[in-house]
Design a protein around this ligand. Structure first.
Ligand code: SF4
Length: 221
């Protein structure tokens, strides 16, 4: 997978925003995020990140994968055991379901979109990421969004939806309509595929409808 090729000598707004976010969170290593204006440079900085306690238990940072110029970006929760081992997001059962539904409802394969998580390191025993871990990792995700510049972000589950929409509302209330990220791009919240695996037919049907909604937004551009 190729990474971003933007060779602009000046930091883009993405990095300025990321730095601002990092500074606001009191991050000591915010400067690491300014190493370059490309997604590849941000990734190179992220792989050594120790901004939160999850660094201690990870095998590797799971930064994200896909087209660095994608119109569509998925944001999930955090790496599981298989993701931690392979260094790639959504490679287990949830990922296979997501790939299948995206192919069936949107006609897209993984190399045509980008996918990342709210936290880039595996929480132990697959527990939920903690608020301070999400806050620490947020600048990496914001830098990814700002550099990829997707038209549509599909948030998978509660953690990604609440974070990017800056709300305490749960996914059940948020899904079913189109929302707006802070810079104006569209956000389509839907269930995490792990929840769909547990939830059965009704959850699956709703997730399919959300993916169709996202596809229509891309097509309407
Ligand atoms: S979860 Fe994010 S902030 Fe925490 S160590 Fe990993 S990359 Fe850094």
């Amino acid at each position: 997978m190729s990474a971003a090729v933007d060779a602009s000598p000046e930091p883009v707004a993405a990095n300025r925003d990321a730095v601002a976010s990092a500074a606001a969170s009191g991050a000591a290593d915010a400067a690491a995020i300014t190493r370059g204006p490309t997604l590849e440079a941000v990734r190179d900085a992220a792989v050594d990140c120790t901004r939160c306690g999850l660094a201690a238990g990870r095998t590797q940072v799971v930064f994200g994968t896909g087209d660095p110029h994608a119109e569509l970006m998925f944001v999930g929760e955090g790496p599981g055991a298989e993701e931690d081992r392979q260094g790639l997001p959504f490679v287990g059962r949830s990922g296979r379901l997501l790939d299948r539904l995206v192919a069936e409802e949107m006609g897209l394969t993984r190399d045509t979109f980008y996918i990342a998580n709210v936290v880039k390191c595996r929480p132990p025993d697959n527990r939920d990421p903690r608020p301070e871990e999400i806050r620490s990792c947020r600048p990496w995700l914001e830098a990814q969004i700002d550099l990829i510049e997707p038209t549509v972000i599909v948030t998978l589950g509660n953690f990604a939806s609440k974070l990017l929409l800056d709300t305490t509302e749960g996914i059940t209330k948020l899904r079913g309509s189109v929302h707006t990220y802070r810079d104006g791009r569209s956000v389509v919240p839907t269930f995490h595929p792990a929840a769909v695996l547990r939830g059965g037919g009704e959850a699956m049907a709703k997730m399919r409808a959300d993916l169709v909604r996202a596809k229509q937004l891309i097509g309407a551009r």
